[in-house]
Write a protein that binds this ligand. Structure first.
Ligand code: ZN
Ligand code: ZN
Length: 365
């Protein structure tokens, strides 16, 4: 039987290990993907520090790969395009269609999240940080057009799809809107792309370090607010007021995950404005915030995480034909499988904007 390598999270505080796995035959209706590129997401880095993270697990949930084997019952992708072995795809586990959340048009309660499943159960290869990944029956597949780079295709599932989901939920961006984005990481810059596509007149990005703010400007931010120039929440709120004729922003998008970001964002929203909260995934417990601001300023607040299939389709279309900015620059670090721990370090030290693993080496070489 053929085998392949994968990078396995074996527990908190331990380096990620390279292990050998059998490549089992695909299950009926399933597919085998030869991985090309998988992003090291903040969620992975965060999970690697949590005692509650299941181990052993092959991380990697933002993925692009090539179909190496395909069940004969799968002949097309979600758009009805012909699919065959050798095609590049973005993939997900199929929703069940029967649970409460599926019924409500939300993400399925039972579908598997590849990159978050234990690797000690057959068929083992369930994350993007491996040379191969096994997909369960009737996976959701989106063919990557030949003229779209791996980098752009991957970015459509890093931040951009989630931001599209959030922007849709808050009722879209209006053409004269000023949007303030708290955070200049991959989600913040996804919010920047999608706000500009939505028609925002001004997009102000708050963040650090300077290199990330420079990329923000190249991607179209009209203003940036540096955490080193404006180190306190008060100073940043003041600066946003200055840039918005004293009113505050029409829309604030929280993409920082910071402890004090929520209250700070509420202060930055104008009267009658909207606040989209994406970064607050970590459960810090009770934090202080002033709910009177919601009532007195008639603020609409919306939380969101991840995205539905339609957001991935639209996000990829935007990367192919609408976003002209050099978004490829966001992928700053590339690592082969053996160097996975270096990749995590680069992410943690904020050296990398987006670091990716190339599980089968550099496809360009
Ligand atoms: Zn992620
Ligand atoms: Zn379901």
């Amino acid at each position: 039987m053929d085998t392949c390598k994968a990078a396995v999270f074996v527990g908190t505080g331990k380096p990620i290990e390279i292990q050998e796995f059998p490549i089992l035959p695909i299950e009926p209706g399933g597919a085998l993907v030869r991985m090309q590129m998988a992003a090291i997401c903040g969620t992975d880095v965060h999970a690697s520090h949590l005692e509650t993270t299941p181990a052993p697990t092959i991380f990697g949930h933002e993925n692009i790969g090539v179909l190496a084997e395909l069940s004969p019952i799968i002949t097309t992708d979600v758009l009805g395009q012909k699919l065959q072995v050798g095609d590049r795809v973005i993939f997900r586990d199929a929703p069940c269609g029967r649970c409460f959340q599926c019924s409500m048009g939300e993400s399925c309660q039972y579908s598997k999240s590849y990159g978050m499943i234990r690797s000690n159960e057959s068929p083992y290869l369930r994350g993007g940080f491996g040379q191969y990944l096994q997909l369960s029956a009737t996976p959701w597949l989106l063919r990557v057009p030949d003229d779209l780079s791996n980098e752009r295709a991957l970015l459509s599932v890093i931040g951009n799809h989630t931001c599209l989901n959030g922007i849709e939920r808050i009722g879209g961006v209006n053409s004269a809107d000023t949007v303030v984005i708290q955070g200049s990481g991959p989600i913040g810059l996804g919010a920047l792309n999608q706000s500009l596509i939505g028609g925002a007149a001004n997009v102000i990005v708050i963040g650090a370090p300077e290199s990330r703010l420079k990329i923000s400007s190249r991607l179209g931010a009209t203003q940036t607010i540096s955490l080193s120039d404006f180190p306190t929440p008060e100073a940043r709120i003041e600066r946003v007021k200055e840039l918005t004729q004293g009113r505050g922003a029409d829309i604030v998008i929280e993409a920082s995950g910071g402890l004090t970001a929520f209250q700070e964002g509420l202060e930055m929203v104008r009267f009658g404005g909207r606040y989209l909260v994406i970064g607050q995934w970590t459960d810090y417990g009770l934090l202080s915030a002033n709910p009177a601001l919601l009532t007195r300023k008639v603020i609409r607040v919306q939380g969101v995480f991840s995205a539905g299939p339609r957001h991935i389709i639209r996000s990829m279309q935007s990367m192919r034909s609408i976003v002209t900015a050099p978004v490829e620059e966001l992928i700053t670090h590339r690592y082969e499988l053996d160097a996975v721990n270096e990749g995590f370090e680069a992410h943690e030290k904020l050296e990398a904007m987006v670091a990716v693993i190339l599980p089968n080496g550099d496809p360009a070489k």
